[in-house]
Design a protein around this ligand. Structure first.
Ligand SMILES: [Zn+2]
Length: 1153
């Protein structure tokens, strides 16, 4: 038997998700790529024809068993670690002939094994020369023979020979271990995975890798050869090779916009005050050069620098001198990294335009000279200020082609909008952790001076693209994971082994800990353990440990979780067709519950409840001929009337469940009950899970404000008059503390609540969402739900929600090296102390943002380390620890901080910070604080890092040149500055959503993606290049698509050619286009196919199914659309980008003066 055999017995590792289209497939059409392994399970496309979903992980294991290096000791301990009470649930390896590798005692066959190649005697690490090692193909058991491979790491691995002996030993162990199974669905031994999630493309990086902004699907060619995939182990390189130059984001080298990098004095010199207003109301094409000049002309008394002759600034916009952006940087000075804008003294007031300054730096020939004759007046040219589109495109072209290798400390990853692959060589992938800065100040004083928040955005269970390797599962035996004695940090690549390997010094607290005998290994001449590459916890940034019983509640291994579906059957729910729709959908969806590894069926049990003013529980025990209903009308003291038969296995009770789902819509068809309860529903679910002694998730489908007499009863307290008053915060606060207490009980039980709301009026999302929020659940809202237009979106959301990867009963702690510590947390969770983030459920989309503060000095030598440890129960009931490690650089120069920042992450943090702030402070206070903080950040840069220059210049750090435009988007978002059409529930809903968004989601949410569909190349797979979000970028003759992660708008100009309208909408004229469409008609022509494929692709990239809205130019819906053109002034009073930039400049100048 060889390790290879296993590869074929288990589910393929890199399996694509059934039905999932759009990521690795070149064609949008959903055709599988040749060579891409198909899931063994058919795609579940549900009843909806167009459903393409990133299906869950059925069929492969995300985590793999990690064989400990063939020492008998560890083998024994491995097996013994499977305590009797755990053995019960073990299954015998399916292929007795192919025993799992080494420590894989607990691995089901088919699991990835980490170091199959490492069992031999060869282990002596990499040759000193760090020559690439070859890994034999044999080392990749998890690759189905035909599977295309992911990442290529070819030729970098050293050749290790598998040792058959240890494998055989193991297999013997395994055979002896398959003792009877206790619980029905037994969790597979080790390496359980959630199903499909892995194949879902992470939101980040999901689009185009090409500089052109076109979507380039991953193809096998980009990836590596099959053999290499096996694990992006660090083998290829020493853990910390020297700093790759290419990965450093140097401001000066970053192509900013235009030819002249940041170093040039950018920008028009004059910022007319509220110039933004001067934009033409209509949006005919791109601004003409001449337009930029249009401001009032004024003299510029204050302006300090003299404009260079216009000619020097040649750029796209001839004419007015202001094109400084495009001009070549002043020849002389080495530019300070940073983006500089020059302007004359007064910002925000109407002043004469400044002539352009050619050089932003003093000392440059043009600087400081007397202004020449006043140039013609002009307004700030939008093309001359930093463009998000340009920054995104530049990053794609510069960084999208090379894999991001994580071996180097403090590397800034590519932007979330860039499509790139990650190779884990000792630091967690940016898909798991992104930081506001990868180089943090050594002292607290420096940090305070800069005002740059130090934060990490962590998505512990993030989905990885197929090409990347899932975290390996490591089993340290019955004694559990090896940890530092003092701070309890987990073994990781940064721990230092000393005394010949007998002890290790903690990288977080410096404490020295004995190496447990079973974990001992010799060191090579460089001080590295010889099994370095065999152990994920020594060589990788992310991995999992199998938890021992000590990590379980009540010292008892958990049972598999349960899902309880709780359906509102009051009048509105029945009448709208919702109840029938849900029941129909569940009949098929229940076959797609998350399952682990190669389990044939999900371990998750299901239960059903319906309710209005009372609750109905259903007994769906398999032995019954028909389901039985039990009504509980005493909602004041909720209990579960039946235990046996309430939570069942889907396959065993299939017939009874189907019968129930058929009957529910009929039973309540004539209901007249309009009132509902809500809290008792959650209590019922909670009690059921308690009785079953398991964690789980409640899926609650709810339609109205719960006004029926019951605990948690609510009243309508909506009052838009509170907006802009000191009481506005009450709109975001729950109206009773009842739900907070309930949430606490839910978290204690591991009861996660997902909420699907279908309101026709105010239902108090701020209160109803409390439990969902604090239990790590998801909330979905379908206002004025209508079957025809909303069912596709709802069903897609439901399918994704039910199938997505989720961990239960989770606790996360972030440890840091001495000098900094985690001080604040943002996200959907509950905290009972100051360090542990508790989540009844944590899914693959949920993100926690953590802020750090100094508590001591850091050193440039040692840097700063983070270790995020997530303890959770898998969907099959296995207790695990997922560990993510990240090392950051530390600096004594502020310039290094600014050079290694990531604005997208900064915005994620700032938005969450502000959105939490509205709970306790007036919204205006929150907005002002945001503006002030950003002004301080930029002023500090200006003062300490930029070359001395005129006070009139706006100088932005290269890595933060988009901070003003993005910050403005946050400020004018619905939560902080609602328009008249935004409801109180919308605001509460968005506030909750944003709080657990990752960086890619906040990026597109605040600055939506706008694509000119009529520019799309129907013959390629690429997306048309995005354009900036401003009305003046739109042309009446084109059709555009705008997406923000929640909605997709298709905007049609009044002058669009009839042929295009016919091709896309199937009608003959503009006036016949219906804006009631919720999907695009399926028409057989290239343009229709192309547009639909783009829509489908975007749907797959986002964690929620976006609502499609057709907007005709000059139609009333256009107001809604314009709200998302975030560079323009908003109806609610939000500033245009240009105006806001002027305002920021003024704030900065005030701070500097
Ligand atoms: Zn320690």
């Amino acid at each position: 038997m060889s390790v290879n055999q296993q590869a074929h017995t288990g589910p393929p590792y890199g399996q694509p998700q059934p039905g999932y289209q759009g990521y690795q497939q070149p064609a949008y059409g959903g055709q599988p790529l040749p060579g891409v392994p198909q899931s063994q399970y058919g795609a579940y496309n549900g009843p909806m024809p167009g459903y393409q979903q990133p299906v869950p992980p059925q069929g492969y294991f995300p985590s793999l068993g990690f064989p400990s290096k063939g020492s008998p000791v560890s083998l024994n301990s491995d097996t013994s670690s499977l305590a009797p009470n755990f053995i019960g649930s073990l299954r015998a390896p399916p292929t007795s002939g192919a025993p799992p590798p080494a420590s894989g005692a607990s691995l089901p066959s088919g699991h990835l094994t980490y170091s199959q190649f490492g069992h031999g005697d060869v282990q002596n690490g990499i040759p000193a020369s760090a020559a690439p090692m070859q890994r034999p193909p044999a080392s990749q058991p998890f690759l189905p023979g035909s599977a295309p491979t992911p990442v290529s790491q070819t030729s970098t691995f050293q050749q290790y020979g598998p040792t058959p002996a240890s494998v055989q030993q193991l297999s013997n162990h395994m055979a002896g271990m398959t003792i009877g199974s206790t619980t029905a669905p037994a969790p597979p031994p080790a390496g359980l995975g959630y199903g499909p999630p892995t194949s879902v493309p992470p939101v980040s990086g999901s689009f185009s890798a090409t500089g052109s902004g076109l979507y380039t699907p991953y193809t096998a060619s980009q990836g590596p050869s099959p053999t290499s995939v096996s694990q992006g182990l660090p083998l290829a390189q020493p853990p910390f090779p020297g700093q790759p130059v290419s990965t450093q984001r140097l401001p000066t080298q970053v192509p900013g916009f235009a030819p002249s990098p940041s170093s040039t004095g950018i920008g028009p010199s004059s910022y007319p005050p509220s110039t933004g207003a001067s934009r033409p109301p209509t949006m005919p094409g791109p601004p003409l050069p001449g337009q930029t000049v249009a401001g009032p002309s004024m003299s510029q008394p204050n302006h300090v620098s003299s404009p260079p002759p216009p000619s020097t600034m040649s750029g796209p916009h001839p004419g007015p001198p202001m094109s400084g952006l495009h001009g070549p940087p002043p020849p002389t000075h080495p530019p300070q990294p940073g983006y500089q804008m020059q302007q004359n003294g007064s910002f925000g007031q109407v002043r004469g335009p400044q002539p352009n300054y050619g050089g932003a730096y003093p000392g440059t020939p043009n600087y400081g000279s007397q202004p020449g004759p006043p140039p013609p007046p002009k307004r700030l040219d939008p093309d001359s200020i930093p463009s998000p589109i340009q920054v995104i495109e530049d990053d794609r072209s510069n960084r999208g082609s090379e894999p991001f290798v994580t071996g180097v400390r403090g590397q800034v990853p590519p932007l979330v909008t860039t499509n790139f692959l990650v190779k884990d060589q000792g630091n967690a992938s940016p898909r798991y952790i992104r930081c506001t800065s990868y180089n943090i100040p050594c002292t607290s004083d420096m940090a305070k001076q800069s005002q740059v928040p130090l934060a990490a955005v962590i998505k512990p269970l993030a989905t990885l693209p197929l090409e990347e390797t899932l975290p390996y599962l490591v089993d340290h035996g019955e004694s559990g994971p090896v940890r530092c004695n003092r701070c309890k940090a987990y073994m990781c690549p940064f721990m230092q082994f000393i005394e010949g390997g007998r002890r290790f010094q903690c990288c977080f607290c410096s404490c020295v800990t004995e190496v447990p005998p079973h974990y001992f290994q010799h060191l090579d001449h460089t001080g590295k353990r010889v099994d370095f590459y065999d152990r994920p916890e020594l060589s990788l940034g992310s991995y999992e440990f199998l938890a021992t019983v000590d990590y379980c509640k009540n010292n008892k291994f958990p049972s598999p979780p349960a899902f309880i579906f709780m359906i509102d059957v009051s009048y509105n729910a029945v009448k709208s067709g919702l109840v029938r729709l849900i029941c129909e959908e569940l009949k098929s969806l229940l076959d797609y519950l998350p399952r682990e590894g190669n389990m044939k069926e999900s371990a998750i049990r299901v239960g059903f409840v319906t309710y209005n003013k009372v609750l109905h529980f259903y007994n769906v025990k398999s032995s019954l001929a028909q389901p039985q209903m039990m009504v509980v009308s005493d909602v004041a003291d909720m209990f579960v009337p039946l235990l046996d038969g309430f939570l069942v296995n889907v396959n065993e009770s299939r017939t009874v469940i189907a019968s129930l789902l058929d009957q529910i819509p009929e039973m309540f068809a004539d209901t007249r009950e309009t009132e509902t309860v809500f809290a008792p529903v959650i209590q019922a679910g909670l009690e059921a899970l308690k009785a079953a002694e398991c964690a789980g998730k409640l899926f609650i489908f709810h339609t109205s404000l719960p006004i029926a007499e019951a605990p948690g009863k609510l009243k309508n307290r909506d009052d838009k008059k509170l907006i802009n008053t000191d009481k506005e915060k009450t709109l975001f606060q729950p109206q009773t503390s009842f739900y907070n207490n309930l949430a606490k009980d839910c978290v204690a039980q591991g009861c996660c609540v997902d909420l699907f709301l279908f309101p026709n009026q105010y239902l108090d999302v701020a209160t109803l969402g409390v439990v969902t929020y604090q239990t790590g659940g998801s909330i979905y809202k379908y206002a004025y739900f209508q079957l025809e237009t909303d069912q596709e979106r709802f069903l897609n959301d439901l399918r994704r929600d039910v199938q997505k990867e989720v961990g239960f009963d989770a606790v996360m702690r972030v440890r840091t090296s001495t000098g900094i510590r985690a001080t604040d947390f943002f996200g959907a969770f509950y905290m009972s102390n100051t360090t542990d983030v508790e989540m009844a459920g944590l899914d693959c989309n949920k993100t926690i943002t953590v802020e750090f503060k100094h508590d001591d000095k850091l050193s440039e030598d040692s840097g700063a380390l983070l270790q995020c440890a997530l303890l959770y129960t898998s969907c099959a009931g296995q207790r695990r620890l997922r560990i993510h490690n990240l090392s950051l650089n530390c600096c004594t120069q502020l310039a290094d901080l600014y050079r290694n920042c990531e604005t997208d992450t900064l915005i994620n943090y700032l938005a969450k910070y502000a959105y939490r702030g509205v709970l306790s402070s007036p919204v205006k206070t929150v907005r002002d604080a945001l503006i002030n903080q950003c002004a301080q950040i930029l002023a500090c840069y200006r003062k300490n890092c930029a070359s001395p220059s005129s006070a009139g210049q706006l100088i932005l750090p290269e890595c933060m040149k988009l901070l003003p435009v993005y910050l403005n988007c946050v400020l004018k978002s619905d939560v902080l500055q609602p328009g008249p059409e935004v409801t109180t529930d919308d605001r509460a809903y968005i506030r909750q959503l944003v709080t657990s968004m990752d960086v890619a989601e906040t990026n597109v949410f605040f600055y939506p993606r706008l694509l000119p569909l009529t520019k799309a190349d129907v013959d390629s797979d690429s997306l048309p290049a995005a354009i900036r979000n401003s009305e003046e970028r739109l042309s009446k003759g084109d059709i555009y698509l705008l997406e923000n992660g929640l909605n997709i708008f298709v905007w049609v100009g009044v002058n669009v050619q009839q042929g295009l309208i016919q091709n896309l909408f199937g009608v003959s004229s503009f006036s016949q286009i219906s804006n009631a469409l919720s999907t695009l008609p399926v028409l057989e022509n290239p343009f229709s196919k192309k547009v639909r494929s783009i829509v489908d692709m975007l749907q797959v990239q986002r964690s929620r199914y976006m609502k499609l809205i057709i907007v005709k130019q000059e139609d009333k819906l256009e107001m809604l659309f314009k709200h998302f053109l975030v560079e323009d002034k908003s109806l609610s009073g939000g500033a245009s980008y240009v105006d806001f930039l002027c305002h920021m400049h003024k704030e900065i100048r005030q701070l500097l003066s």
